[in-house]
Design a protein around this ligand. Sequence first.
Ligand code: PRP
Ligand code: MN
Ligand code: MG
Length: 188
Amino acid sequence: MYEGDIASVLLTEDQIQERVKSLAAEIAERYPVGSPQGDLLLVGVLKGAIFFMTDLSRALPIPTQMEFMAVSSYGSSTSSSGVVRILKDLDKDIAGRNVLIVEDIIDSGLTLSWLIRNLSSRNPGSLEVVTLLRKPDAVKTDVNVALIGFDIPNEFVVGYGLDYAERYRDLPYIGTLDPKIYSDDGDL
Ligand code: PRP
Ligand code: MN
Ligand code: MG
């Protein structure tokens, strides 16, 4: 699939699945079953987090519930501007709930810092973040993320939910995209 488009494999399917399992174990320790806040509520950020969300929820040995949010940041396809718009909001009230935001990647950190501010204002019982990937620039924005799958170099990556122009999300691994793909068609 996508022959010639992927320059290198950064994280194999096995590496991802192993890390998902260990993150699930860490998360389970933090959220005791039978808490008065009810089941842990996973809030997945569409669309990038879908595969991480489904694999993580099934790796977790505790009951979880799921909500999704879709946001869009204005800017070019390979970088974001920090101006965020809600495309799809949560279906349910999160007041008093233990909420865990599930993200695929923190790049500039702008999406997540906005999301944390937005969800905090709805008075959850607790609010934490788990991200599969984090890029070095994310460190510049002061987002407090306790659970990080992998720190990765500042390269454009696709697969396991991550897209370029909506393609490559369906790859089971994470790879770097051959620069010819995004230099060909300018600012998509
Ligand atoms: C990507 C990614 C994160 C965000 C990270 O989503 O999935 O949500 O960008 O970027 P930031 O840290 O610089 O804000 P995108 O907006 O491309 O939408 P998608 O998940 O639907 O691909
Ligand atoms: Mn996203
Ligand atoms: Mg995207």
